[in-house]
Design a protein around this ligand. Sequence first.
Ligand SMILES: Nc1nc2c(ncn2[C@@H]2O[C@H](COP(=O)(O)OP(=O)(O)OP(=O)(O)O)[C@@H](O)[C@H]2O)c(=O)[nH]1
Ligand SMILES: [Mg+2]
Length: 326
Amino acid sequence: MNDADGDAVLLRDFAARSPRALARAISVAETGRGAELIRRLYERAGHAMTIGLTGPPGVGKSTLGSALVRKARSLGKSVGVVSVDPSSPFSHGALLGDRIRLAEHFTDAGVFIRSMASRGHLGGLAGATADAVLLMDAFGKEVILIETVGVGQSEIEIAELAATTIVALQPGSGDSIQVLKAGIMEVADIFVVNKADHPMANQLKREIRSMMEMLAFSGWVPELVVTQAISGAGVDDLWRAVERHAAYLQSSGEIVERRREAFAHQVRQLALGTLQRKLDRELASEIVAGADPYSAARSILRTFGVDTEEPEEGGRPSHLRASVKG
Ligand SMILES: Nc1nc2c(ncn2[C@@H]2O[C@H](COP(=O)(O)OP(=O)(O)OP(=O)(O)O)[C@@H](O)[C@H]2O)c(=O)[nH]1
Ligand SMILES: [Mg+2]
């Protein structure tokens, strides 16, 4: 069977909603060979409710995610879960944890769970994740949950794929300050203080409130929800906050803007991935040998047909929802 036949079979099974076809499609995309598939399936996507769930290691993202999946299932919605661990090249650790935390959902045909590990994708791990979300969306998943360990920029990017971003924090770990530094605060639509059973939960709530006072919001003001993921306490509140945010995005029209941003981001990553590879090839060539860095950069760009004027001033990153009050 050649590739074209293979693709046709895959597309047929995908359209027939075979979970194996979805798994296979994600694998194809993950290894950087998904362009044709995505082209064929793209117009089917754009209907899912996408929820990003980020926060420091061990805060309870998977437990909370599992509880959210349970909630969505109780409402009869089909669910996709993408679990990403950007800090390691392999997702074995995350996978093992998720096997336990999400155990009850593995046997539910209405839930599709995928851990992302590969870095073979042109757009990096964020690109592979974006493809997985798009494919789940095109497959007909109504709710897609994207779990990432949130400590740096790439994790923020991944959370940004989602229409609604939940940032989870846990009491007594000094996380809140870290989060502010890392700029995660500015991308949160909903803050969750998980581990409500912890004696310092109230203090963390106060810390988040006072940090929010330092930020200026235009439009949506992030909600603060307290949960105890292991018992499920507060999960209904969290779900309602997600629904309120989704309703806000629709009624304000902001959903269009967010989709446009996510699209632009994905295109940028793909284009930059290609440029990076070309650039690396040129760097190994003799064009740059013996040259100073500025001249070398100019010669390389000339081979790409780029005229080098003064670089333009970069604007404010478009993913930021809030800004620090001046
Ligand atoms: N006391 C308490 N423990 C919790 C709560 N929620 C989760 N945990 C525990 O916290 C630990 C980490 O939970 P996970 O759900 O794996 O956390 P995570 O954020 O997904 O972890 P990583 O994916 O490794 O970053 C587990 O032992 C959970 O049982 C809670 O509300 N209260
Ligand atoms: Mg986890």
